[in-house]
Design a binder for this molecule. Structure first.
Ligand SMILES: CC(C)(COP(=O)(O)OP(=O)(O)OC[C@H]1O[C@@H](n2cnc3c(N)ncnc32)[C@H](O)[C@@H]1OP(=O)(O)O)[C@@H](O)C(=O)NCCC(=O)NCCS
Length: 137
C-alpha cells in the first residue's frame, strides 16, 4: 500500500537511502534531520510502500514554481525499491502517488534525472528530454 511517510518510517527508509546513494554516503543523524524537515515542508512529498511488514520502497519529490512553465512543475528527486520487491509494481505505485500530487498542485510537468532506470521510466510513459549536468561542490 502506498502512503505518505511519517517519522516512524525513518529507520526503514534510511536502509533504502543507503542503497540508493551512489555519489555520497548517507549519515544517519543528518538523514533524520532532513527527514524531519521534509515532513513539515509543504513543497516536499515523501511516499512509501508499506507491505504490512516493512517499507519496501520510497520516493522523494518536490513541487516548485517556475517562469518557463507558467507555474508549478514537479521534480522527482529519489525513488528506490528494495531489490527483493522489484518488478511487482512498487515503483509504479510510488511514481503514480507523486504524479497525483503534481496534478493536485496544478503542475505542468513532472521531471527527473536518472542513470539507472531509463527503461522503467520509458515503460511508465516518460519521454527522454535534455541532458543532466552536475558539478560536485
Ligand atoms: C527503478 C525502480 C524504482 C523500479 O521499481 P520497480 O518496483 O521494480 O518497478 P515496477 O515493478 O513498477 O516496473 C514497472 C515497469 O517498468 C519496467 N522496468 C522496471 N524495472 C526495469 C528494469 N530493471 N529493466 C527493464 N525494465 C524495467 C518494466 O516494464 C516494468 O513492468 P513489468 O515488470 O511488468 O515488465 C527500481 O528498479 C529501483 O529502485 N532501482 C534502483 C534505484 C534507481 O535506479 N532509482 C531511479 C533513479 S531516479
Amino acid at each position: 500500500m502506498v502512503r505518505k511517510s511519517t517519522i516512524q518510517d525513518a529507520d526503514n527508509v534510511f536502509e533504502l537511502v543507503k542503497d540508493f546513494a551512489t555519489s555520497f554516503k548517507p549519515k544517519k543523524e543528518l538523514f533524520i534531520q532532513s527527514f524531519r524537515n521534509l515532513l513539515s515542508d509543504k513543497k516536499a512529498f515523501i511516499f512509501v510502500v508499506d507491505n504490512g511488514d516493512k517499507i519496501v520502497g520510497y520516493s522523494l519529490g518536490f513541487i516548485h514554481t517556475t517562469f518557463f512553465a507558467n507555474g508549478n512543475v514537479a521534480w522527482l528527486e529519489e525513488i528506490m525499491v528494495d531489490e527483493k520487491f522489484r518488478r511487482v509494481g512498487v515503483g509504479t505505485e510510488l511514481v503514480k502517488a507523486f504524479e497525483q500530487k503534481a496534478i493536485d498542485n496544478d503542475c505542468k510537468l513532472i521531471a527527473l534525472a536518472t542513470r539507472r532506470a531509463a527503461d522503467f521510466y520509458s515503460a511508465i510513459g516518460y519521454e527522454e528530454s535534455a541532458t543532466y549536468f552536475r558539478k560536485l561542490l
